[in-house]
Design a protein around this ligand. Sequence first.
Ligand code: C2E
Ligand code: CA
Ligand code: CA
Ligand code: CA
Length: 275
Amino acid sequence: ESGRSKSHLYSQKEQTKELLKTRILWKEKIEAALADKRLCLHFQPILDIKTNQISHAEALVRMIDLDGEIIMPNSFIPIAEQSGLINQIDLAVLQLAFETLRFLQTQNNPLKLSINLSGKAFNNTLLISTLKEGLKQQDIDAKKLIIEVTETTAVANINTAVNLMNDIKETGAKFALDDFGVGYASFFYLRQLPVDYIKIDGSFIQTLEKHKEDQVFVKAVSEISQLSGLKTIAEFVENQTILDLLASYNIDYAQGYHIAKPSATLPNNKLILSH
Ligand code: C2E
Ligand code: CA
Ligand code: CA
Ligand code: CA
């Protein structure tokens, strides 16, 4: 008996040790990537449903491993958030976004760019000042930038968040509320947050044609958004049936594998769907 439980305890301890080791390894991997500037952005086109043109792109961060392998954010963002490295990632993403906006301007590409900031962004004073200063610079068109925040980011300290958002919006930049619908009090906070876009969470969109409840929800979000002067974006649009449904609900924008997967190259605003 006692032997068995001892070995059980031992293996649990070993497991915890292994987990800790992996976490430390990942932390070192992220630190090295930050130091070597091995973070990059991939871009996923966003379709303006009414004009059938690509109007926006979402920037999604990737880490390039020493062997060239591309590491997806779900593998390193959670560890970065736990270890405090997320502040540096947010800053790196912002710098890359500024470079991208400058590049778009030199190409006369009217594409708007959205970026993701972490839940820690509103407490990161260096990030906020870099953001405000950067957006005021001549060579960046602040109106082309959309900052995606989740409800959790904004609601943790709602008064601070609202003040910062209003401050940043004075430069012309816009905000989007990401992952809308999976939070705990979505409509309540929507009234208070100075956002310009609502991104309906992909879990409502992916199976839209099959679930009546999702259809009712998406339609309601569309109607409320229209009343409030907000633009709606549906993510995870994976087939034409879903895109047609969204169009019938007057959703403004669509993003997902049916339109395009994220890629290293920036889209131009040519027509891409010919249905
Ligand atoms: P998110 O902001 O909700 O981004 C959407 C994710 O869904 C992306 O994954 C995208 O590639 C994927 N996706 C797009 N279309 C479809 C589709 O039709 N079907 C399905 N099944 N998936 C689709 P990715 O790039 O792996 O990003 C995952 C998450 O990592 C993001 O979720 C976001 O929370 C976080 N993230 C990405 N980039 C950044 C960043 O620069 N900074 C921070 N802090 N977080 C980021
Ligand atoms: Ca996003
Ligand atoms: Ca999302
Ligand atoms: Ca998500």
